[in-house]
Design a protein. Structure first.
Lengths: 474, 474, 474, 474
């Protein structure tokens, strides 16, 4: 298992292809690298052993769990737990699950495709993942195509590149063209795992393609935006002051992929299944990270309520119970999804489809309301808090501190830090990104509906109704 | 394991002490006995083997699971599954879980009390439950005291009997006085298990009492109300036509209880724990029966949508997804509660407190909305459906049938039965009882909040917030 | 203005054509007649003068406002106020607004049709309404066709009668055939006003028909179901004990209508407008009666909270504020709808479309939640309350009374009456009817969406967005 | 009526006492001045005549309505309309209502205080407002004290200055000390109107003080934070690019106020009334500006739905209907509040308390959900949109534009501008400020509950319940 500094070294050596703010950035300058670093640091802490670490089913070695292919119920339970702990430690998205979720999906689908088509994707995949684990690689998943006109299928777009596709098949590999949107933390990934975004028809084989490329492969261009927490003076800074995250529009401008890195190419029926399966693994990860966001919201609400002396008030307690209920419904269903997981022919465990989706859907539907709850308890100050420059100013600092004082026993610095954190967490561009991510990440609410309705046995429920109504089915 | 007719024979032989509508009823006439009969019938079906049956940890015999003391995770999972299947088969409350939930709670607490006080309750309990299992007994749980003035504690009431209490201690047993409200299906139980309803103080030992008496013990009086589905002509009847359920105010008018049936008497600190623990086991049962209610609502919604030709419409599909989400969040968390159960000193498995409570709370909070969803899809007809007498009337029957016709391929009788079922299920006094039961049964929403907040580690969440805010705790 | 006994006399003399429970009923036996009687009684009370009474714009006489054609903003404000007072006085639907809402719609549309087609409907209408006002007639509105297969238009049904239509045009009148569903209180109306239910095309002129017939006209058959409050002993009875309401499937089995009672016949474009306009006037009435239902729910919640000693608790106060907010948002918007009403060419005032619809929609969406709130505050007793027979029984009455006692200063009879009322109001078949009526009456939620989206100027809102975004429209 | 440039000149001449980011700013540099400028510009547009202008009841001159004391129902209706138009024109808070809302409250209370105490506040007020109108002054309202320990009253705080108070009474005026929080747009106001924040007791007369001071009066210090929309290249800029708003902690460090500017000093019972009354007028303003926010959200949702080709989908239409319903319920109730306003002894019209409060409460409760709706329709792009620098970059600009293309007929620039606007509006620090302002501005949700419950006649509703239950009140 690598250490954070080794990862940072590796980042620095990558070819610069990250475009942001009119510049080409070295990856070590990209906001969010501290989060990836944490995924290394956390794995080395003794108390996280077995949670942030796993045993490779290939090498038998101890590996970072963010590189693991789940072999058991316990693997899925631990992945969920790791995600919750990790996310609330870094104060948001833990950034490294997308890659491994995609690889688990590939593990299942490459095997199934081989069984159906006599292809050899699974062996390629095993070779790839063995290396990935050995190097403790950071991967991301590029799934969502830019999609152009939403009412048209890939092949019917004015520009066929609006869904990423194979433009050339060569003896040594393929050439791909297209762009993937909403590619969180892509500039900080060493490997980009690419999967299709939707079901594909017989005549859409060119779009049924999955592969992995180094983040700085020739022709890959990452167009990036970032959000950052406000930078504050050290004496008033929170853990995340000045830190941030990044989002990429990842462009594949005729990128060559050698065959050993191609995991699907033309088997259209498995394109859709791969899309669904990545979503499934990723929604299971959300049953870990969304409760972590709620942990942060609830802990912050409880803290500011304590500082304001309203912690025992009925309406505050009722709101805390709401936070707990949301967090634990989602987490509990994620656990049920692990317990009800099934072993696929590849040996990889697949979590339960319905539990993952209802949990993810519920988390997404509650999120804005949870921000509302915290804002309600916090009052207006997160939106009007004076800056650190005034808190410490020779001219007005003393007055500012005089007037921000609350109850005895809590220092005005702690009051300030608490509100500064709430401002950063809930009244900032970072808050906006977290809200959008919480709503759409891993699939918009309507996508969970589709997954649920496509899986669930509604007919058996109608049969219950018919029996009770005394109706004998024709 | 008994059969339903044996149970009915046993009921008939009980001393009549059921007061309803100005009469004293024989128990075999009390609405709801078909539901209890179903708990016997279902246990004899081959497909339910291992679900509705269990192996006694005392005798090693196969027993009806409604008599089982849970020894394993699997026992709790099966109990939950049995409850869901049972409830949706009988079209509502399965009626037999209250008794066994109380007995499981007693199993835990009698042991703990013995360990603390050198009492011998657990042995008494084991003797009692052995017999209970052998006889395949139907029990109910009388917990909720009538409580008088809600702002006063038991000992402070104008009338101390407003919480059930010991009024006499004798060498051969005790005499108790008081009344228990909301005692569902009590007239159909052969045994009444009595537990305290709240935490009790040092000076409230007389109220810290738990015991079991036969339903027709001297001094026990059941004051009963019932709700029934409308009776319909056989050719238009649903499964539940004419059937119903019953609720009892169970009065203990100086009832003698021999010591071998006394399971707590004066150890006040265990009174409250017993109350909480019955609630816990019962809320776990709700994670089975509430999804069953949702199964019925969703199946009915899907059926009437099919009959109306709107099954594929977006808003209908979105509502079906809502039903599924509610059902499976609750059921999934109930499963997590079983998987995370812990073995108590008595050997009895105790499901997880937080998962049981958040699941029960969520189910209760969604219930009225679910009725709203079904009513929305069904349209106004459940409230305005002509009677069977007019549907079949020589004078207007032909016209009524002409005008109730919907789409081709569905007979007007099936249309009628479908709407008659919806009327009975959602627009009737039975619907009212199910709504109240779904909201308050096993504890009102606020009780779950109290249980959750009393159990959950909010401080560790505040610590997360402090770390992120950069606050070092004093 | 008539008195209630005159109305009852008139009912008794009508030809019996009311089919219920296998019998043909005399109208004086039909549940709900007390409600119609109240509409007469209330108009004679001095404190209701000007609210329940109006001045006819035709005769200049004082008339019952339930016969009035609105001439001013004040007329609409008073109608709304009358409806709120009336509904909460009779404990539910005031039953007489449907007829007058239909007549106001006819007043507008007959004029507009005459202007477009040189027809003479408006004069006929004026002659009809003048008589209607003079006789203080009770009318109802039969609008909703039974509709058969929902995916087919009227003319495409297997049976063309599934939407009511003209089957014969004669020199002295027309013959109509069909059936109208959900025809609340129709058996208690002396006149049935019939309007189309939807927009109609050029080739659907036969379905574009509006007219009035006496409730007992030849060929009219009312197939009725009723719901009633439980009958209780006089000493424990509430105001509505034993009273109820009725719903009719009203069949027109080749009914002849003389021309002077025909108000639309073949002008298809006005068929849809008439449907919309009746809905508009009726939704405005709902801005009066829905707040009345909330008044009842909130008053009951406050009363039972008082009796339970929890009136000052935070969560109760917060729920009361919710009730108030719902009631007054709906009522306030109904007032705005009156203030923003416009005078149509007929002189009749038409309330604002958007305000009526958003208010009705909001009321419908909140209703089940409001029942939830009351049930939450009331606890489980409404579903388990012993019967009056046991409350007064020589054998157990004393015990029942002992154990239903609550706080000092409230008699056990008042406790009982309060819970008996809650049981009747919220846990009964009447409750089911009120819930369905509150959701679907005057148009299901989706119909308000359609009305709102069809009326509202969304384009101007998009223009606001474009301006802010810096987009110059092509 | 002044023009914007005159106002800007006046700002520039004010003494610099605005502290932000470690600097002392000249007011002309403070973000948000464009919004105040708009309040002048809009009043000069012919189409706004009578809406943004009014006739002074003192001078008879045409004045900017933001300086008007409401004399009629129409004044209140026009104020509401002006607020809605203004807010959606400037893309958020219109910034100038706080001052005039406070002045209207003072108009009422100074008169009532004079009547009770023979004081001469109202004449002082009239002199002040006459000048205010003549000069077309921009005022703000400083109400919310910093409050220290929330569980202690003003006089019981460790530091009595935590509520602003009179520290010295002199022959020529008073000296005040304290600080007011959440003082929106204060640095851009020429006059600061100060009112108490809560009910005050007999022994809290020093805190019962109201007055006006110039924004740059000696001892006044504005500690300011600001939020700004992202600055974008002119060719991709929206209307608000680079613009923002500001919030002040306004400190009164022993500020002298001459008597002619003191409007309350020691009459404690009117302190609380003044607090309530400012809230009332301000909540009425919210019934204008909150619908404006919804106009923006709904227009933006409809626009992005159009660009994505999903405008006709059921779920989008249903969401648009939700926006409309929220906007018009709030606006309609605000209108009802104007129509039901009453004339106070001062001649000033006071809007209806209940309608204002339920409308404001509803708006506040829906706000986060409305952001949720828009984010749902918009998809994830607002959180991941590439910067303008990359959109136009020589290296990747062409590719970015290729991959942001959507349906034919909409230029990629317009797509970009649309999403850039959504990002600024909903995924930014400005969005956070708008969310907090929408929740807490004019009073937190719980404050509306208190206002509603303090005003509403719940007893009459209990009487309705008693009558229906058959209970005769003792």
């Amino acid at each position: 298992m690598r250490h954070a500094d080794e990862y940072m070294e590796s980042l620095k050596e990558m070819v610069p292809n990250v475009y942001m703010g009119g510049e080409v950035l070295n990856r070590s300058e990209v906001p969010g690298n501290d989060i990836l670093c944490a995924t290394f640091d956390l794995a080395h802490l003794p108390e996280n052993d077995g949670i942030f670490t796993a045993t490779s089913h290939l090498s038998g070695e101890k590996i970072n769990r963010f590189c693991n292919i789940h072999q058991s119920v316990d693997d899925l339970l631990k992945k969920q737990e790791m995600t919750r702990i990790g996310a609330r430690t870094v104060g948001g998205c833990i950034a490294r699950c997308m890659g491994i979720d995609a690889l688990n999906a590939l593990s299942v689908i490459t095997k199934q495709c081989d069984m159906a088509h006599n292809t050899e994707y699974h062996d390629r995949f095993l070779a790839y993942i063995e290396n990935f684990q050995k190097n403790d690689t950071v991967g991301c998943c590029a799934q969502t195509d830019v999609k152009g006109d939403r009412s048209l299928r890939p092949g019917d777009q004015a520009d066929p590149d609006l869904y990423l596709r194979v433009v050339e098949r060569r003896s040594d590999g393929i050439v791909v063209r297209g762009a993937k949107a909403h590619n969180s933390f892509a500039p900080l990934a060493e490997e980009i795992i690419v999967t299709p975004t939707r079901f594909l028809r017989e005549n859409e084989k060119d779009w049924a393609v999955a592969f992995a490329v180094p983040g700085d492969a020739k022709g890959v261009k990452l167009v990036v935006r970032a959000a950052k927490h406000r930078d504050r003076m050290p004496e008033l800074a929170g853990l995340l002051s000045g830190k941030g995250e990044c989002e990429s529009l990842t462009i594949f401008d005729d990128v060559f992929v050698p065959w050993e890195r191609v995991f699907l190419c033309g088997e259209n029926e498995f394109g859709g299944q791969l899309a669904v399966l990545f979503a499934l693994f990723h929604r299971h990860s959300y049953t870990g990270c969304k409760p972590a966001i709620t942990d942060m919201l609830m802990g912050t609400a409880a803290l500011v309520a304590e500082y304001s002396g309203i912690e025992r008030e009925d309406h505050v307690r009722s709101k805390l119970a709401e936070f707990i209920t949301t967090a634990e419904l989602v987490y509990g269903c994620g656990q049920a999804a692990a317990y009800k997981s099934v072993k696929t022919p590849s040996g990889t465990m697949m979590p339960d489809m319905v539990y993952c989706n209802v949990a993810r859907k519920h988390a997404g539907e509650c999120l804005f309301h949870e921000y509302n709850l915290l804002a309600d308890i916090a009052g207006g100050l997160p939106a009007t808090l004076p800056y650190d420059t005034e808190f410490t100013s020779p001219e007005v600092g003393e007055l500012v501190q005089k007037y921000l004082k609350r109850k005895d026993g809590v220092s005005v610095e702690d009051i300030y830090k608490c509100y500064a954190w709430i401002a950063d967490f809930t009244c900032s561009s970072m808050a906006g990104v977290l809200q959008y991510a919480g709503l759409h990440g891993g699939g918009s609410p309507i996508m969970e509906d589709i997954a649920i309705l496509g899986t669930y046995d509604i007919e058996s429920k109608k049969e219950i109704a018919r029996k009770l109504a005394g109706i004998t089915k024709k």
